[in-house]
Design a protein around this ligand. Structure first.
Ligand code: PLP
Ligand code: 3DJ
Length: 420
């Protein structure tokens, strides 16, 4: 079923004028996106930055192939975790010398939460969000078991109330600025203040924030933060994660995975561990150099980019998505999930529909790539560096067609009858 042309024409005209006025539109050339694909899954795996393939070719052929082990010095491989850390720090409001890149978010979370518990001895509670991404909850549970603490799962909105009663017992609170399912943006400054007023440490998981919106870690006085490199930072599948340790905590930062790269004299090869000065102590073992160099090249896509403009465009894209959905999906059984107020929205729009899975599959078959989260959420992430308003309209228009033409039913039937 096609949509009434005047309605679509009006939305198309609006998309065109928004795109024409978009100061970030030229950034799209910094990415290699396949023809005919509308990519709304950069909140899971960012698109490929154009700078990455030549950087990889150089890393593999020249640095590894020719320079061989000399590259640790000659191509500054040894410095890569701190160099890439600082490049990420620039995007999350962290002055140099506080961010290290490497390992996975899960590993960094484990290190950061454990170190936080050691920084707050005698406080028996570790707080996290019952809606937090599972790995954050699992690791909180594990750290609590290791240190004899108790995890309390308190929704972000309920934190101030909880802290007023029990704050003196809390060692650390681990939360995400953006809910990975709903796309809701929490109050990062207010939560940080409330946690710290109670004498506890604030740990933010920036997986859905870094590269998507301005994060002012230093300005807000955040204690610790972690995040991944493969979503809005577009560092590639399995890209190294990062850890931020505010300078004031570094001297006492005592993380449990004391690998030799974090030693004050790694090539002294002594049998006892003496941590390096500064955030370098949070290094662990030999880092994945090829992945670090891919991430470093990917970050050049942000060169000269003002994160305030990224945020403004991201809000324009998500707001426009919601407007398109209001107009084109009305009466088709979709529910609203992501908050309407711009100040409460991250960089994704989420709709609810009982046929979410089949719909996302049917959309993907048409070249519109989003994802779903069980049981019934359709999730569409927008990366302001490479997504346009025209693509947003195209995605919602195609979702309307999939639904009205019943393509998701065919998809559902196909999925049920496919033998794998
Ligand atoms: C908030 C959050 N934390 C952590 C992760 C993943 O952790 P890891 O990079 O270790 O797989 C994700 C997504 O995969 C996430 O959304
Ligand atoms: N990290 C992922 C992976 O290795 C495979 C598939 C998806 C992911 C994700 O990033 C999921 C993501 N954190 C989410 O927001 O649901």
């Amino acid at each position: 079923m096609t949509t009434a042309t005047p309605v679509l024409d009006a939305l198309a005209a609006r998309a065109t004028s928004l795109d024409d006025a978009d100061p970030l539109a030229p950034l799209r050339e910094r990415f290699l996106l396949p023809e005919g694909v509308v990519y709304l899954d950069g909140n899971s795996l960012g698109a490929l930055p154009a700078a990455v393939p030549p950087a990889m070719a150089d890393a593999v052929r020249r640095q590894w192939g020719t320079d061989l082990i000399r590259s640790w010095n000659d191509n500054a491989w040894w410095q890569a975790p701190l160099r890439v850390g600082d490049a990420i720090g620039h995007l999350i409001g962290a002055a140099p010398g506080q961010t290290v890149a490497g390992d996975s978010t899960s590993v960094q979370l484990f290190n950061a939460l454990s170190a936080a518990v050691r920084l707050r001895p005698g406080r028996p509670l570790l707080l996290t969000d019952p809606a937090h991404f599972p790995t954050d909850q699992y690791i909180a549970d594990s750290v609590a078991r290791l240190f004899g603490l108790e995890v309390r799962r308190i929704p972000a909105a309920g934190l101030p109330g909880f802290l007023a009663e029990e704050g003196h017992r809390v060692a650390v609170a681990g939360y995400s600025p953006v809910d990975y399912r709903t796309g809701e943006l929490h109050d990062v400054p207010g939560t940080t203040r409330a946690v710290q007023r109670a004498g506890a440490l604030m740990l933010w998981d920036l997986c859905h924030a870094a590269g998507a919106l301005p994060v002012r870690l230093d300005e807000l006085g955040v204690d610790l933060a972690v995040g991944c490199g493969y979503k809005y930072l577009s560092g590639g599948p399995g890209a190294p994660a990062f850890l931020y340790v505010a300078e004031r905590h570094q001297a006492a930062f005592d993380h449990p995975i004391t690998g030799w790269n974090g030693h004050s004299e790694p090539f002294g090869l002594s049998g006892g561990y003496t941590p390096a000065e500064g955030v370098g102590r949070a290094r662990i073992g030999t880092p994945p150099i090829l992945s670090l160099l891919a991430l470093e090249a990917a970050l050049t896509a942000f060169e000269g980019v003002d994160m305030e403009l990224v945020r403004a465009k991201s809000l324009s894209l998500t707001g426009f998505f919601q407007d398109c959905a209001d107009t084109l999906l009305a009466g088709l059984g979709f529910g609203d999930v992501t908050p309407r107020e711009p100040g409460r929205r991250g960089s994704q729009v989420v709709l609810r529909h009982p046929e979410a899975y089949a719909m996302v599959q049917a959309l993907a078959a048409r070249g519109v790539v989003g994802d779903m989260r069980a049981p019934d959420l359709l999730r569409f992430g927008v990366n302001a560096l490479y997504i346009s308003h025209r693509e947003v309209l195209d995605a919602v228009r195609q979702l309307r067609e999939v639904t009205t033409d019943g393509e998701h039913w065919q998809e559902r039937f196909r999925l049920r009858t496919t033998v794998t």
